[in-house]
Ligand binder design. Structure first.
Ligand code: PLP
Length: 908
């Protein structure tokens, strides 16, 4: 019931617990009807849900008043039947497709039972997509039912979609409805409504407060429109006014409004505009054309025999593949770049248009679709933005694609370290002080002009989200034209949460953009300059929350995301987002990067899935992401509060994932006593790092499993697929696909595993218990220290600064190709120990990347230290890229390189 005000997920529960609340109401109504319960309990349950129910079209005022009437007239049986029907309707969504569900008729239709089944692939065909439109109006509530009926009368058989109106009468109610009801995807504001809601329900404050919505001097419809777009930028907002609509439409603050209507005009226009607005999001230019293409009878004389499926379906030997995937896959296979299909390498038609729609959805100026994963998007961005000799400040712990990108382009990485989480053999994110120090070091060395890019991962694999705006603003204060590349491989979905959006590259860039346009920003900057004085020391600059000079800033932000990792794109579907005021200066380089990396035979299905993923997020993303967050909070609670599971497993809280100094708000965790959604939101707004709730580190070392072993157990025995592992943990991730059944399955499996452990310990006696304790101790305490990046060998630092650590990694990378300047040294053995103590220094020829943890513990040209060797020796993972156990560490011999260079100089 929604009165659980202290729950951390109180905000999310108001929506997600509706089905549960109505189940509870049904149970109470059944009990009353069977003389087992009291009418008062049922009435109390209904009045608890009543305020929030106003924000939903179904069951709506009419069915609710019939229910109230049946209760008032002691028709217990009738009340129970109607409550059940409403409850089933909410579970099955049958009201979306069947008009009779809204009628007051006999509740015992059989349909409710069949509709509980999930929609099959073909069943939804012919059913028009359903959504809800919020009408904010100033008419008396007694008129609303009639008003809703007038709106419904506008429906026409040829409409592509069907919508139900939701009516509210105040600013506060409008905000709550848009925040709580994800089915609302268009809003009509008729001027003249009051600010305050008619209700004084706690639900209002638990929605408005976390969203930062408070009464201000401006309570106009335009302010509401802007507020609504702030929380849900994908919404279409329409304004009905009986004032000077021409003037309003020309007002720059009316940007948030899609169309302004003169209130007394033909309502059909408004209806059509609403449908057209949804169609503009529903449109998937490339996918639509691919479907059309697949329907055409096409003869193919090109190099793609699988197209049209004839080679598959006619074959006795591979027909099963055709049957498995279905005919459409083959009909849609094509190597054509014309006839509506466009070219990914030089898009001018449907791909171009689809990319433009994606740019709109993700808040970018431009988007590149990429069909080989974010591994490629990153290499493209790095190649396009950096030239040989440029310096990039880069998280050493970032995905290998960035490091390889540096090799490709010949840029010099200035590695910065994330804070270590040694107990779990993983890294966090790079503290802002470390980043600022790197910039200040380069400045002191007179090399700031060579620095082009700051390259960070947001969120990290394990869920650390940067305070993106703060990082960019403080860096821009030191170097106003610095370019930012945010690898958001995991967090593309975050765009569709008003809470997480400010912590994304595009969300923060939009916030900075508005700040730059605000005249007050210049005064704020000037004040800070005066406070800091003319020549502030590095220490003063490190201590201050720096503001950039708005007159100098060039806002240049790039983001890459693995659309396939968090949205409904097929594996490898990725996007590269651009929001760069100087994009025209690098556009040609981006085209080169596309030509370098994109296959000349890109997969059509994949491109289409990027188009479709965008459509889904624009129309449904808000609710899907809320659900993913809510599922994550439920999993956290189900594991950590379960008496048996929590004996052996736990999901790490924010306080264990992020050191206290980076949690300025004092937020400890979602499950900490007293944590509410408001405290979580405060942390999202203020803290240097915030833990993405959907990424859950589950400690399994305490149950005697190392990460790889536990991942294998879950996959092989229980059909549960996990993400990454560390020495003593695994990463669980909730996404837009998860349901509560998944939680139930996980919990049941963990209980079963815990019971197994308990039985083994009970049956095995002292010996078993001692062995278990020793195993846990080894996994949890005997953990290797994480090695920092040491330094590049002097051979690769000829062009580097005195104190700044960048190096020419590309030269080292290619030295590895020349066997005459390389050697191998076994990792275990006296030779390696001797070299560490007495030299000559060992210099890595390769990237050495163990999985897990997945970051390079050696890069080409890096001098190996005791720390690095100790870590390698303690590693107990099987997969180590760049290391051949049989031959040992591949090293470059700097003396041999130098001698060879001398010889060839002489020969010239
Ligand atoms: C931070 C990060 N960036 C990029 C990638 C590569 O993305 P993709 O798998 O889409 O190529 C990954 C993959 O795990 C990653 O973790």
């Amino acid at each position: 019931m929604p009165n659980k005000t202290a729950q951390v997920d109180q905000f999310l529960l108001i929506h997600s617990a509706r089905a549960d609340n109505w189940r509870e109401i049904t149970t109470l109504a059944d009990a009353w009807a069977a003389n087992r319960g009291a009418r008062a309990a049922l009435e109390a349950a209904i009045s608890a849900v009543a305020p929030a129910e106003e924000y939903y079209a179904y069951p709506g005022r009419r069915l609710l008043s019939v229910l109230a009437e049946r209760i008032a007239t002691d028709d217990a049986g009738g009340a129970a039947r109607l409550a059940r029907r409403i409850s089933n309707g909410l579970l099955s969504h049958s009201y979306r497709g069947r008009q009779s569900e809204w009628d007051v008729h006999d509740e015992m239709s059989g349909a409710e039972v069949t509709d509980i089944m999930p929609p099959g692939t073909g069943e939804a065909r012919g059913r028009r997509p359903y959504f809800e439109v919020l009408f904010v109006n100033s008419q008396p509530a007694t008129r609303w039912e009639a008003f809703a009926a007038e709106i419904r009368r506008l429906r026409r058989p040829e409409d592509g979609f069907i919508y139900e109106p939701v009516l509210v009468g105040s600013f506060e109610d409008a905000f709550c409805a848009a925040a709580l009801n994800p089915d609302i995807i268009a809003i009509v504001l008729a001027e003249g409504f009051p600010y305050r809601s008619r209700h004084d329900a706690p639900v209002l404050r638990s929605v408005l407060d976390p969203l930062g919505e408070t009464e201000g001097p401006d309570m106009s419809a335009l302010r509401l429109a802007r507020g609504l777009k702030r929380i849900r930028p994908e919404l279409d907002v329409y304004l009905l006014s009986d004032r000077q609509v021409e003037k309003i439409a020309g007002d720059p603050t009316a940007d948030a409004v899609r169309r302004v209507f003169y209130a007394v005009e033909e309502p059909l226009e408004m209806h059509l505009a609403i449908l057209e607005g949804v169609q503009a999001r529903y449109e998937t230019p490339f996918f639509d054309n691919l479907k059309k293409y697949a329907r055409r009878p096409i003869g193919t004389f090109h190099a793609l025999p699988i197209a049209r499926g004839k080679s598959v379906f006619k074959s006795d030997w591979i027909r099963d593949m055709g049957e498995f995937y279905g005919l459409n896959l083959f009909l849609a296979e094509s190597s054509a770049t014309t006839g509506g299909l466009d070219s990914l390498l030089e898009p001018t038609g449907t791909i171009k248009r689809s990319q433009e729609l994606a740019a709109r959805a993700f808040g970018a100026d431009h988007v590149f679709f990429v069909t080989n994963g974010t591994s490629t998007s990153n290499k493209m961005a790095v190649q396009a933005l950096l030239a040989p000799g440029d310096i990039a400040v880069v998280d050493r712990n970032c995905h290998k694609s960035h490091h390889y990108g540096m090799v490709l382009t010949g840029a010099q990485p200035y590695y910065v370290e994330a804070f270590p989480m040694t107990e779990y053999s993983m890294y966090g994110a790079v503290p802002l002080a470390t980043i600022k120090r790197a910039l200040l070091t380069l400045r002191a060395e007179g090399r700031l002009d060579r620095l082009k890019l700051l390259d960070l991962t947001n969120c990290t694999f394990d869920g650390h989200m940067y305070n993106v705006r703060r990082v960019m603003e403080e860096c821009l204060a030191i170097k106003p034209d610095l370019i930012f590349l945010w690898d958001e491989a995991w967090s593309g979905f975050a765009r569709f949460s008003p809470f997480l959006r400010p912590r994304t590259a595009m969300g923060a860039a939009a916030d900075i953009e508005s700040w730059l346009q605000d005249p007050a920003s210049v005064s704020a900057y000037e004040k800070q300059r005066a406070d800091l004085g003319d020549e502030p020391s590095d220490e003063a600059l490190l201590a201050a929350r720096l503001l950039p000079d708005p007159r100098l800033v060039r806002l240049r932000v790039y983001q890459t995301n693995s659309t396939h990792k968090s949205m409904s794109a097929i594996r490898q579907g990725s996007m590269l987002l651009v929001k760069d005021v100087d994009f025209h200066t690098v556009e040609a380089q981006f085209h080169e990067a596309v030509f370098t990396h994109a296959s000349t035979s890109p997969n059509q299905q994949l491109i289409a899935s990027l188009d479709v993923a965008r459509r889904q997020m624009e129309l449904d993303g808000y609710g899907l992401v809320m659900n993913a967050i809510e599922i994550a909070l439920k999993i956290r609670r189900a594991i950590n509060e379960h008496p048996l599971i929590s004996k052996y497993f736990r999901v790490l809280g924010a306080d264990e994932m992020i050191p206290a100094q980076y949690r300025q708000s004092g937020f400890k965790d979602y499950l900490a006593p007293g944590a509410t959604w408001a405290t979580a939101v405060k942390a999202m707004n203020e803290d240097e790092f915030y833990l993405d709730p959907t990424r859950m580190t589950l400690v399994c070392g305490t149950a005697g499993f190392d990460g790889t072993q536990f991942k294998g157990l879950l996959a092989n025995e229980y059909d549960i697929q996990l993400n990454k592992t560390s020495r003593n943990s695994v990463l669980l991730q909730s996404n837009i696909n998860n349901t509560r059944s998944d939680i139930a399955h996980l919990v049941r499996v963990l209980v079963e595993i815990c019971r197994g452990i308990e039985k083994r310990l009970a049956d095995g006696g002292e010996g078993e218990r001692a062995a278990f304790a020793a195993r846990v101790k080894s996994l949890m305490t005997d953990v290797p220290d994480l090695p920092n990046f040491s330094h590049f060998h002097a051979l690769y630092r000829g062009d580097a600064g005195r104190k700044s650590p960048e190096g020419d990694m590309r030269a080292a990378f290619f030295h590895a190709y020349d066997a005459s300047v390389c050697e191998y040294v076994p990792l275990i053995g006296a030779e390696c120990d001797k070299r560490l103590k007495e030299g000559p220094e060992m210099v890595s020829a390769n990237f050495v990347i163990p999985y897990p943890p997945g970051f390079p513990i050696m890069v080409p040209g890096q001098v190996l230290t005791q720390e690095t060797i100790d870590f390698m020796r303690k590693l107990d993972v099987k997969e180590i890229h760049g290391y051949e156990k049989a031959r040992g560490l591949k090293l470059v011999k700097p003396d041999a390189v130098a001698a060879k260079a001398k010889r060839s100089a002489k020969a010239r």
